[in-house]
Ligand binder design. Structure first.
Ligand SMILES: Nc1ncnc2c1ncn2[C@@H]1O[C@H](COP(=O)(O)OP(=O)(O)OP(=O)(O)O)[C@@H](O)[C@H]1O
Ligand SMILES: [Mg+2]
Length: 232
Protein backbone atom coordinates (compact mmCIF):
# COMPACT_ATOMS: atom_id res chain seq x y z
CA UNK A 1 0.00 0.00 0.00
CA UNK A 2 2.82 2.40 0.89
CA UNK A 3 6.34 2.31 -0.54
CA UNK A 4 8.90 4.86 0.54
CA UNK A 5 12.11 4.61 -1.44
CA UNK A 6 15.31 6.37 -0.54
CA UNK A 7 13.86 9.71 0.49
CA UNK A 8 16.00 12.70 1.46
CA UNK A 9 14.15 15.42 3.34
CA UNK A 10 15.41 18.83 4.43
CA UNK A 11 14.23 21.65 6.68
CA UNK A 12 15.76 24.60 4.89
CA UNK A 13 19.40 23.68 4.59
CA UNK A 14 19.37 21.00 7.30
CA UNK A 15 19.48 17.57 5.81
CA UNK A 16 17.28 15.41 8.06
CA UNK A 17 16.39 12.14 6.27
CA UNK A 18 19.11 10.25 4.44
CA UNK A 19 17.70 7.71 2.03
CA UNK A 20 14.85 6.42 4.18
CA UNK A 21 13.02 3.43 2.69
CA UNK A 22 10.13 1.51 4.15
CA UNK A 23 6.99 -0.27 3.05
CA UNK A 24 3.63 -1.03 4.55
CA UNK A 25 1.40 -3.70 3.05
CA UNK A 26 -2.36 -3.50 3.11
CA UNK A 27 -3.78 -4.48 6.49
CA UNK A 28 -0.49 -4.29 8.36
CA UNK A 29 0.42 -2.34 11.46
CA UNK A 30 4.04 -1.30 11.04
CA UNK A 31 5.99 0.68 13.60
CA UNK A 32 8.71 3.23 13.08
CA UNK A 33 10.75 3.38 16.25
CA UNK A 34 13.41 5.84 17.24
CA UNK A 35 14.59 8.21 19.89
CA UNK A 36 13.91 11.91 20.17
CA UNK A 37 14.88 13.71 17.01
CA UNK A 38 15.56 10.51 15.08
CA UNK A 39 13.33 11.52 12.17
CA UNK A 40 10.02 9.76 12.83
CA UNK A 41 7.83 12.83 12.48
CA UNK A 42 9.80 14.05 9.49
CA UNK A 43 9.18 10.70 7.79
CA UNK A 44 5.44 10.98 8.46
CA UNK A 45 5.37 14.57 7.21
CA UNK A 46 7.31 13.58 4.11
CA UNK A 47 4.72 10.91 3.31
CA UNK A 48 1.84 13.32 3.92
CA UNK A 49 3.34 15.98 1.66
CA UNK A 50 3.97 18.46 4.50
CA UNK A 51 7.75 18.36 4.05
CA UNK A 52 8.16 16.83 0.59
CA UNK A 53 11.43 14.97 0.06
CA UNK A 54 13.95 16.47 -2.36
CA UNK A 55 15.05 13.08 -3.56
CA UNK A 56 13.57 9.61 -3.61
CA UNK A 57 10.11 8.24 -4.25
CA UNK A 58 6.89 7.56 -2.37
CA UNK A 59 4.10 5.44 -3.80
CA UNK A 60 0.64 4.99 -2.36
CA UNK A 61 -1.31 2.11 -3.91
CA UNK A 62 1.19 2.14 -6.75
CA UNK A 63 0.89 5.83 -7.57
CA UNK A 64 3.78 8.26 -7.10
CA UNK A 65 2.74 10.93 -4.57
CA UNK A 66 5.85 13.08 -4.05
CA UNK A 67 4.90 16.72 -4.62
CA UNK A 68 1.17 16.18 -4.13
CA UNK A 69 -0.56 18.52 -1.71
CA UNK A 70 -1.57 17.15 1.71
CA UNK A 71 -5.29 17.73 1.07
CA UNK A 72 -5.09 15.68 -2.12
CA UNK A 73 -3.37 12.87 -0.27
CA UNK A 74 -6.12 13.00 2.35
CA UNK A 75 -8.65 12.59 -0.46
CA UNK A 76 -6.72 9.64 -1.78
CA UNK A 77 -7.02 7.96 1.61
CA UNK A 78 -4.02 8.89 3.74
CA UNK A 79 -4.60 10.46 7.11
CA UNK A 80 -1.92 11.85 9.41
CA UNK A 81 -2.59 12.23 13.12
CA UNK A 82 0.17 14.52 14.41
CA UNK A 83 1.49 14.19 17.93
CA UNK A 84 0.18 17.65 18.78
CA UNK A 85 -3.44 16.66 18.14
CA UNK A 86 -4.91 19.88 16.73
CA UNK A 87 -8.54 19.50 17.64
CA UNK A 88 -10.87 22.49 17.73
CA UNK A 89 -11.00 23.82 21.28
CA UNK A 90 -14.22 25.81 20.78
CA UNK A 91 -16.17 22.96 19.24
CA UNK A 92 -17.73 20.06 21.10
CA UNK A 93 -16.47 16.51 20.68
CA UNK A 94 -19.43 15.74 18.42
CA UNK A 95 -18.87 18.85 16.31
CA UNK A 96 -15.17 18.08 15.99
CA UNK A 97 -16.19 14.74 14.49
CA UNK A 98 -18.93 16.13 12.25
CA UNK A 99 -16.72 18.69 10.53
CA UNK A 100 -14.12 16.00 9.79
CA UNK A 101 -16.64 13.80 8.01
CA UNK A 102 -15.95 13.04 4.39
CA UNK A 103 -17.89 10.70 2.17
CA UNK A 104 -16.36 7.25 1.79
CA UNK A 105 -15.03 6.34 -1.63
CA UNK A 106 -16.31 2.81 -1.27
CA UNK A 107 -18.93 1.24 0.97
CA UNK A 108 -20.52 2.89 3.94
CA UNK A 109 -17.51 4.29 5.69
CA UNK A 110 -17.24 5.76 9.15
CA UNK A 111 -19.77 7.89 10.92
CA UNK A 112 -20.12 9.18 14.46
CA UNK A 113 -21.90 6.09 15.71
CA UNK A 114 -19.24 3.72 14.39
CA UNK A 115 -16.49 5.88 15.78
CA UNK A 116 -18.19 5.85 19.19
CA UNK A 117 -18.24 2.05 19.09
CA UNK A 118 -14.45 2.11 19.03
CA UNK A 119 -14.15 5.05 21.43
CA UNK A 120 -17.15 4.77 23.78
CA UNK A 121 -15.57 7.29 26.15
CA UNK A 122 -16.06 9.96 23.49
CA UNK A 123 -19.79 9.35 23.34
CA UNK A 124 -20.04 10.05 27.06
CA UNK A 125 -18.45 13.47 26.54
CA UNK A 126 -20.01 14.23 23.18
CA UNK A 127 -21.11 17.74 24.14
CA UNK A 128 -17.94 18.74 25.99
CA UNK A 129 -15.75 21.35 24.31
CA UNK A 130 -12.49 20.21 22.78
CA UNK A 131 -10.60 22.64 24.97
CA UNK A 132 -11.88 20.96 28.14
CA UNK A 133 -10.66 17.45 27.39
CA UNK A 134 -7.90 15.56 29.16
CA UNK A 135 -4.76 14.60 27.26
CA UNK A 136 -6.03 11.07 26.72
CA UNK A 137 -9.42 12.25 25.51
CA UNK A 138 -7.75 14.62 23.07
CA UNK A 139 -5.64 11.79 21.69
CA UNK A 140 -8.73 9.65 21.16
CA UNK A 141 -10.58 12.52 19.53
CA UNK A 142 -7.68 13.21 17.18
CA UNK A 143 -7.71 9.60 15.97
CA UNK A 144 -11.51 9.52 15.85
CA UNK A 145 -11.48 12.65 13.69
CA UNK A 146 -9.03 11.06 11.32
CA UNK A 147 -11.40 8.08 10.93
CA UNK A 148 -14.25 10.37 9.89
CA UNK A 149 -12.24 11.13 6.75
CA UNK A 150 -12.39 7.44 5.83
CA UNK A 151 -8.68 6.85 5.40
CA UNK A 152 -7.17 3.61 4.17
CA UNK A 153 -3.75 4.38 5.59
CA UNK A 154 -3.45 5.96 9.01
CA UNK A 155 -0.18 7.62 10.01
CA UNK A 156 -0.18 7.77 13.81
CA UNK A 157 2.53 9.91 15.38
CA UNK A 158 3.25 8.84 18.97
CA UNK A 159 -0.35 8.13 19.98
CA UNK A 160 0.63 6.92 23.44
CA UNK A 161 2.92 9.82 24.30
CA UNK A 162 2.16 11.25 27.72
CA UNK A 163 -0.62 8.78 28.48
CA UNK A 164 -0.98 6.90 31.78
CA UNK A 165 -0.34 3.14 31.42
CA UNK A 166 -4.00 2.23 31.73
CA UNK A 167 -4.84 4.58 28.87
CA UNK A 168 -1.99 3.21 26.78
CA UNK A 169 -3.55 -0.25 27.00
CA UNK A 170 -6.98 1.09 26.12
CA UNK A 171 -5.56 2.87 23.08
CA UNK A 172 -3.74 -0.29 22.01
CA UNK A 173 -7.05 -2.16 22.05
CA UNK A 174 -8.60 0.57 19.98
CA UNK A 175 -5.80 0.49 17.42
CA UNK A 176 -6.20 -3.30 17.19
CA UNK A 177 -9.87 -2.80 16.44
CA UNK A 178 -9.00 -0.35 13.69
CA UNK A 179 -6.83 -2.96 12.13
CA UNK A 180 -9.66 -5.48 12.38
CA UNK A 181 -11.83 -2.90 10.65
CA UNK A 182 -9.43 -3.03 7.71
CA UNK A 183 -7.18 -0.04 8.28
CA UNK A 184 -3.49 -0.05 7.49
CA UNK A 185 -1.36 1.73 10.09
CA UNK A 186 2.12 3.23 10.22
CA UNK A 187 2.86 3.96 13.84
CA UNK A 188 5.71 6.22 14.97
CA UNK A 189 6.63 5.52 18.57
CA UNK A 190 9.20 6.00 21.26
CA UNK A 191 7.16 3.70 23.47
CA UNK A 192 8.83 0.52 22.28
CA UNK A 193 6.84 -1.87 24.43
CA UNK A 194 3.53 -0.58 23.23
CA UNK A 195 4.63 -0.53 19.60
CA UNK A 196 5.95 -4.08 19.79
CA UNK A 197 2.67 -5.32 21.21
CA UNK A 198 0.73 -3.78 18.35
CA UNK A 199 2.85 -4.21 15.27
CA UNK A 200 3.43 -6.87 12.63
CA UNK A 201 6.81 -5.50 11.61
CA UNK A 202 9.08 -2.71 12.62
CA UNK A 203 11.72 -0.27 11.50
CA UNK A 204 14.18 1.64 13.63
CA UNK A 205 15.29 5.07 12.53
CA UNK A 206 18.36 6.81 13.98
CA UNK A 207 19.80 10.12 12.81
CA UNK A 208 17.63 10.12 9.73
CA UNK A 209 18.59 6.67 8.51
CA UNK A 210 16.86 3.30 8.79
CA UNK A 211 19.02 1.22 11.14
CA UNK A 212 16.94 -1.92 11.40
CA UNK A 213 14.01 -3.56 9.70
CA UNK A 214 12.41 -6.84 10.48
CA UNK A 215 9.85 -8.83 12.36
CA UNK A 216 8.81 -7.96 15.88
CA UNK A 217 10.17 -11.28 17.15
CA UNK A 218 13.61 -10.54 15.71
CA UNK A 219 13.54 -7.07 17.17
CA UNK A 220 12.59 -8.38 20.60
CA UNK A 221 15.57 -10.72 20.49
CA UNK A 222 18.02 -8.21 19.06
CA UNK A 223 19.18 -6.52 22.22
CA UNK A 224 22.20 -4.93 20.56
CA UNK A 225 20.13 -2.97 18.07
CA UNK A 226 17.59 -1.97 20.71
CA UNK A 227 20.30 -0.73 23.05
CA UNK A 228 22.07 1.19 20.34
CA UNK A 229 19.09 2.98 18.82
CA UNK A 230 16.33 2.83 21.39
CA UNK A 231 17.97 2.70 24.81
CA UNK A 232 15.77 -0.15 26.06
N1 LIG B 1 10.79 22.53 11.65
C1 LIG B 1 12.05 22.12 11.79
N2 LIG B 1 13.09 22.88 11.38
C2 LIG B 1 14.37 22.45 11.52
N3 LIG B 1 14.71 21.25 12.04
C3 LIG B 1 13.73 20.46 12.46
C4 LIG B 1 12.35 20.84 12.37
N4 LIG B 1 11.59 19.83 12.87
C5 LIG B 1 12.47 18.87 13.26
N5 LIG B 1 13.74 19.25 13.02
C6 LIG B 1 14.94 18.44 13.27
O1 LIG B 1 14.85 17.27 12.50
C7 LIG B 1 15.33 16.14 13.22
C8 LIG B 1 14.28 15.06 13.22
O2 LIG B 1 13.15 15.52 13.94
P1 LIG B 1 11.78 14.72 14.03
O3 LIG B 1 10.77 15.63 14.61
O4 LIG B 1 11.49 14.09 12.72
O5 LIG B 1 12.16 13.58 15.07
P2 LIG B 1 11.22 12.55 15.84
O6 LIG B 1 11.85 11.20 15.65
O7 LIG B 1 9.83 12.72 15.44
O8 LIG B 1 11.44 12.99 17.35
P3 LIG B 1 10.40 13.03 18.58
O9 LIG B 1 10.40 11.67 19.16
O10 LIG B 1 11.00 14.05 19.49
O11 LIG B 1 9.07 13.44 18.05
C9 LIG B 1 15.73 16.65 14.60
O12 LIG B 1 17.11 16.85 14.59
C10 LIG B 1 15.01 17.96 14.71
O13 LIG B 1 15.73 18.86 15.51
MG1 LIG C 1 8.11 13.26 16.43
Amino acid sequence: MLEVEGIHTFYGLSHILFGVSLRVEQGEVVCLLGRNGAGKTTTMKSIMGLTPPKQGGIRFKGEGIVGKEPYLLARKGISYVPDDRRIFADLSVGENLEIAMRKARVGEGWNKEKVYEIFPALKDIESRRGGCLSGGEQKMLAIARALMGNPELLLLDEPTEGLAPVLVHALEDQIRRLREAGLTVLLAEQNVRSALRLSDRGYIIGNGQIRYQGSIEELKENEEVRKKYLLV
